[in-house]
Design a protein around this ligand. Structure first.
Ligand SMILES: [Zn+2]
Length: 398
């Protein structure tokens, strides 16, 4: 045999011998051949791009590549909440972001927006399967408004889901929004419907990152009552007619219109601060005192009931102010979070102090008639920023 023939045979033999080690196949996989398991984002299954199977043969691993989808990425930008990633708990998961960094996998992982390569490794007997996914996580913000037809003096609570902590949120409205409470992937704020504003349609725009959301708030008419009554000079001269009282009131109360705690303490509906009372003055009432030509507006609800009746915190919160003021008597201000506050005035006594955290329904004082008051009653007021809202809307919150 000539040398060149031997060489060719040797090359063929080596090639055949090595083929067991470097065997490489690509093929389109039938759906029935796919080992059944599921990878999903918040319950929505996603499909993998390719499958690599490793089978032990001749003391080595035989690698088979199956290309299932080559037409792009799974694009998870629907309006579903699609950024929570789950796989079969038996799998080993390797996640790499666009920058090539490894993202530690954990149960119910929430992925920041971006592009990811995900390899899910599953052992089936002695064979191993590596499923490759490419995923664009682009969760769209989901905004919920508690009320699109609030009344004058009402409150709209706005919840935003699928928003990262560092995404800018801008609110464009005729009404002044509260501060915004941020968590890792959600946000909440309040929009008080100033009761002096006309009942009509108002545009509301919420800009989340680069996404713009437009709403129309159809503010409904609230029928404000009118009342005429007299206040003895002996009462008014020491309070509303007393310059020291006015200054003291401004110094103590005006800062509460802007301050806020960043946490949200309130939960569920607010409760009546007193039980069994008669409403002696309604929210926003136009009050003509001592035959005045122009009415003053009543910024809360007056609950008339015997002095000494227990007064409860309408919801959980932080006590911001608890002290006597010449103008409004013994006064408590509770911040329930983000500057949604309740005010309790004319109290007989105060049973908590500034800085305390109170529970919903906690006894905080007793009904009195201190300050600018002509009889035993609780003046109960709710505010967001410097705007009074109708306490009635708080009793029906969920
Ligand atoms: Zn009042």
């Amino acid at each position: 045999m000539k040398l060149w023939v031997k060489l060719i045979l040797l090359v063929l033999a080596l090639g055949l011998g090595l083929s067991g080690y470097i065997y490489y196949e690509q093929k389109q996989l039938e759906a029935s051949e796919i080992q059944s398991f599921e990878v999903n984002f918040n319950g929505t299954p996603i499909e993998f791009l390719d499958l690599q199977m490793h089978k032990p043969i001749l003391g080595s691993l035989l690698t088979l590549n199956y290309y299932v989808h080559q037409d792009g990425f799974n694009d998870l930008d629907s309006d579903q909440m699609l950024n929570t990633f789950r796989v079969d708990p038996r799998a080993i998961v390797t996640i790499t972001n666009d920058a090539g960094e490894n993202i530690p996998y954990q149960e119910s992982l929430v992925l920041e927006p971006g592009r990811y390569s995900i390899v899910v490794n599953i052992m089936d007997g002695i064979a191993q399967y590596d499923y490759l996914f490419h995923v664009d996580v682009d969760p769209q913000p989901k905004i919920t408004l508690s009320d699109l037809e609030p009344s004058q003096g009402g409150l709209v609570i706005i919840d935003i889901e699928n928003v990262s902590m560092n995404t800018d949120i801008e609110v464009i409205s005729n009404f002044k929004p509260s501060a915004i409470h941020r968590t890792a992937h959600s946000a909440q704020f309040y929009l008080p419907m100033a009761y002096q504003s006309e009942a009509k349609n108002y545009a509301l725009q919420i800009i989340v990152g680069e996404d713009v959301f437009d709403y129309a708030l159809d503010v409904q008419t609230y029928v404000f009552k009118e009342s005429h009554f007299t206040v003895p000079v002996s009462v008014s001269s020491g309070t509303v007619g007393n310059q020291d009282a006015v200054l003291q009131y401004r110094e103590a109360i005006y800062p509460t219109y802007e301050s806020y705690v960043e946490d949200v303490y309130w939960e569920g509906s607010f409760i009546l601060p007193v039980e069994g009372a008669r409403i002696s003055s309604t929210f926003g009432e136009k009050r003509f005192v001592n035959n005045a030509a122009n009415p003053t507006r009543h910024s809360g609800i007056d609950y008339a009931i015997a002095c000494g009746t227990e007064v409860y915190a309408s919801n959980a919160g932080v006590v911001e102010f608890a002290d006597f003021l010449i103008m409004i008597g013994n006064t408590i201000v509770i911040d329930h979070g983000l500057g949604l506050k309740t005010y309790y005035e004319h109290l007989d006594d105060i049973m908590i102090k500034a800085g305390d955290i109170v529970e919903k329904g906690q006894l905080i004082g007793h009904v009195g008639t201190t300050g600018y008051s002509t009889g035993c009653h609780l003046h109960f007021q709710a505010m967001v920023k410097n705007q009074s809202i109708n306490p009635d809307v708080l009793y029906t919150l969920e």
